[in-house]
Ligand binder design. Structure first.
Ligand SMILES: Cc1cc2nc3c(=O)[nH]c(=O)nc-3n(C[C@H](O)[C@H](O)[C@H](O)COP(=O)(O)OP(=O)(O)OC[C@H]3O[C@@H](n4cnc5c(N)ncnc54)[C@H](O)[C@@H]3O)c2cc1C
Length: 470
């Protein structure tokens, strides 16, 4: 099928992946009379934005705040959850040197809480970095240099460097500066001075503190989309992966363990590297080779059930220092007090490689004990208050932006854009560090693209400032 031959009612489309991007696409397609089959590898829908409720536990896969600048997407989400959206004011802190700092960093807060000598060192190294930038002697050639040029070496050494090394498991100078520019919208100390003295009305995304959260868990958005798809006649096959994809007449034949599906179009939201491998010689050999260099970082959540609500009102807390094995923790009750019916919980996050040899992934590191001790050190609960523990895993949490990723992913996405009848989108499908609202929006545009109504590329707002959250 040529991309210019739009799908029409009665045609079949296969959607790969039942995260928010895939479900959003399938919802639009099924509402327009397309026969939709969604293939999802895991036993549940929602992907990274799912809520797990079992065995007395009730938690999201890490803290998820919904925020969007797109009013239509906000209304779509509000309608999906029947108006049941809580509006919350974010409280997040960073734990450093056994004290708490507000997140995002605030100059007044950092300087008033840091030991005097460290505060002075931060101001001095910030001034030195700005002078180097002004004299033209600074280059943004890695995550490390990008941050040092904007924040100074001392703040980098205390916070950004250790946190980043822990998150990615590699030295920050091996990471592309793109990750910093997409992820960090905290202004430099100069900006912090300005922000402290003359606060802006319109804030960049990571400084926006108000956010939305569906009562009962972030997964309610995906659950509502899935229910709409099924009631419109669509099919969602969980624990089902595409095993092969070949050309079939004007469309595709997608092989699964249950047989093959003939489809006029595909929306892909599974890791683009896996999609490329399935397409095989439909793509140039050099592109396939380049795609093999792209990798994702996995995440393991260690969830502890505790005897009472933790002694912190934070939505989440960052723990960059190496004596905490985890990077961050979140407290579900602080998003929605209703989850306390399942008991108080704390969700600790570890990033790792999804490989049997990785001690975090394999579970050999004793995470529950480590998190128990960490929670006590942070003052969240007392020894003996941990009632139960459960781990949860996601293989593809973060695309890893090592040097060269942009060329490899760019070549792959260019080649895919020339494949008629196929659209790739979402966090995994674009190898892009994006947010829930972006995935929902892109899924919608991917469906419209198959229907012949514009393209994701033209419709989506790709400006860097829109990329910032978890
Ligand atoms: C810890 C964490 C915190 C976050 N916090 C926020 C936040 O506060 N705000 C925000 O807006 N965003 C946040 N995000 C980002 C947000 O979760 C994602 O942008 C969004 O959920 C991605 O949706 P997606 O559909 O594009 O991808 P995914 O959710 O990854 O969906 C892809 C789906 O494909 C499935 N799949 C994979 N391989 C196969 C296969 N071979 N066959 C079939 N199915 C397959 C997966 O199981 C998954 O269901 C956070 C992410 C993480 C990891």
């Amino acid at each position: 099928m040529d991309r210019r031959t739009p799908l029409k009612p009665g045609d079949t489309a296969v959607v790969l992946g039942a995260g928010l991007a895939g479900l959003s696409a399938a919802d639009i397609l099924s509402s327009r009379g397309i026969k939709v089959v969604v293939l999802e590898k895991s036993p549940f829908t929602g992907g990274l934005a799912a809520t797990r409720r079992d065995g007395g536990f009730h938690f999201d896969y890490g803290p998820h705040r919904f925020h969007t600048t797109n009013k239509a997407i906000l209304e779509r989400v509000r309608n999906l959850v029947g108006g049941d959206l809580l509006e919350l004011d974010r409280l997040s802190r960073i734990r450093l040197l056994d004290r708490y700092f507000v997140y995002p960093l605030n100059l007044g807060d950092v300087l008033s809480r840091m030991p005097l000598h460290r505060g002075a060192a931060m101001m001095a190294s910030y001034a030195a970095a700005r002078l180097r930038v002004a004299s033209g002697g600074a280059r943004d050639d890695s995550f490390e240099s990008w941050v040092v040029n904007r924040f100074g070496r001392a703040l980098y050494d205390v916070y950004f460097g250790p946190y980043t090394a822990k998150l990615w498991g590699i030295a920050p100078d091996r990471l592309s500066p793109d990750w910093a520019s997409q992820r960090i919208t905290v202004p430099g100390l100069g900006g912090l001075v300005k922000e402290t003295l003359f606060p802006h009305k319109e804030k960049v995304r990571s400084l926006v503190s108000l956010f939305h959260y569906p009562r009962g868990g972030i997964g309610r958005i995906a659950e509502a989309l899935a229910a709409r798809i099924v009631s419109a006649g669509g099919t969602i096959l969980t624990e089902t992966e595409p095993e092969s994809i070949s050309r079939s007449g004007a469309g595709f034949s997608i092989g699964t363990r249950g047989g093959s599906i003939e489809a006029s179009g595909i929306v892909n939201t599974i890791p683009v590297t896996e999609y490329a491998a399935l397409l095989g010689d439909m793509l140039p050999g050099a592109v396939l080779e380049a795609s093999r260099s792209l990798r994702f970082r996995a995440i393991v959540f260690q969830v502890l059930r505790v005897a009472r609500r933790p002694d912190a009102r934070d939505h989440w807390i960052y723990t960059p220092e190496s004596h905490y094995g985890f990077n961050r923790l979140s407290i579900p009750e602080n998003f929605d007090p209703g989850v306390s019916e399942s008991g108080a919980q704390v969700v600790f996050e570890y990033t790792c490689d999804a490989e049997p040899g990785d001690p975090v992934w394999s579970g050999s590191q004793g995470l529950a004990e480590e998190c128990g001790a960490g929670g006590v050190r942070l003052g969240l609960f007392q020894p003996g208050e941990v009632l139960g523990a459960v781990p949860a895993r996601q293989t593809h949490a973060y695309p890893v932006y090592t040097h060269g990723y942009a060329e490899a992913s760019g070549a792959l996405l260019d080649a895919l854009s020339n494949l008629p009848g196929s659209v790739t989108c979402g966090r995994q499908g674009l190898f892009r560090y994006n947010n829930m609202d972006h995935s929902i929006e892109m899924g919608e545009y991917a469906a419209l693209e198959l229907l012949g109504e514009g393209s994701v590329k033209e419709r989506f707002d790709w400006s860097a400032d829109t990329w910032a959250d978890g």
